[in-house]
Design a protein around this ligand. Structure first.
Ligand SMILES: [Fe+2]
Ligand SMILES: [Fe+2]
Length: 247
């Protein structure tokens, strides 16, 4: 059913439940953006060339800019300072750092891409102040994930590298899938009902998985068995791979 709620400003928030959900969304996004900046920053030492280091520094700036937008949004919503909230969460769930150049590429390919699919759900969010910041962030995230994919594809040209790629793939696929939140919860249904997002987390996971499948085939990668993933997936999730790809 089409959303009937449109919230143009914090003053128009209909009730406490809606406000709590938007607050939680901004906190999660802030956590992801600052985590990305920290992760890329710590991995700068592994980036092989000056030109690539400059590009990664640019990505870090973009992640911090995304974080700054969430800080602003949080304050406007009347929730105070987001920084200590995110710092506490980062301390509780420390960032999984990349410890090599190829791992950084896998992070960008899988984790930034998950971030993009997650954010796309909010492009037409009924909380308009949030929807307004999403578009620019999305464009920049596409740059990050596209770059990661290109490096992963190049490295996987060497069949001898593939076992290592598979190991990194398994690790970061899990983090990517965790970005979507648990599927099928009442919170999901409420968010869809209120036009905050368009579909359940499980459907977004499927779209994300379908998007990476052609790259997986081209790189000789496989999904790990679902019981080893450590992520709650909807029962009907399709983990089959296309037989061949022209990608
Ligand atoms: Fe970002
Ligand atoms: Fe990013």
């Amino acid at each position: 059913m089409a959303a009937t709620v449109v919230v143009e400003s914090p003053e128009q928030v209909p009730d406490e439940r809606y406000r709590a959900l938007i607050k939680q969304l901004i906190e999660s996004q802030g956590y992801r953006e600052l985590m990305a900046a920290h992760l890329f920053g710590a991995a700068l030492q592994y980036v092989p060339t000056l030109a690539l280091k400059q590009m990664i520094v640019h990505h870090i700036e973009e992640e911090l800019e995304h974080f700054a937008r969430t800080v602003e949004l949080y304050r406007e919503l009347g929730c105070g300072d987001l920084m200590p909230v995110v710092q506490a969460r980062l301390a509780q769930n420390p960032v999984a750092f990349a410890s090599s150049w190829d791992e950084l590429a896998m992070v960008q390919f899988l984790w930034d891409r998950a971030g993009e699919f997650h954010l796309r759900e909010y492009q037409n969010c009924s909380y308009r102040p949030y929807a307004r910041i999403i578009q620019r962030i999305l464009e920049e995230e596409e740059g990050h994930e596209g770059f990661g994919e290109q490096v992963v594809r190049e490295l996987c040209q060497d069949p001898g590298y593939r076992p290592r790629a598979q190991e990194l793939f398994n690790k970061w696929l899990r983090y990517g899938l965790l970005s979507f939140g648990r599927p099928g919860t009442p919170g999901n249904a409420y968010a869809v009902q209120m036009g905050i997002k368009t579909r359940d987390s499980g459907a977004v996971m499927q779209a994300y998985l379908d998007d990476i499948k052609p790259v997986m085939v081209a790189c000789g990668l496989r999904f790990p068995p679902r019981e080893q993933l450590g992520v709650e997936l909807p029962a009907e999730i399709d983990l089959s791979l296309p037989a061949t790809t022209s990608a």
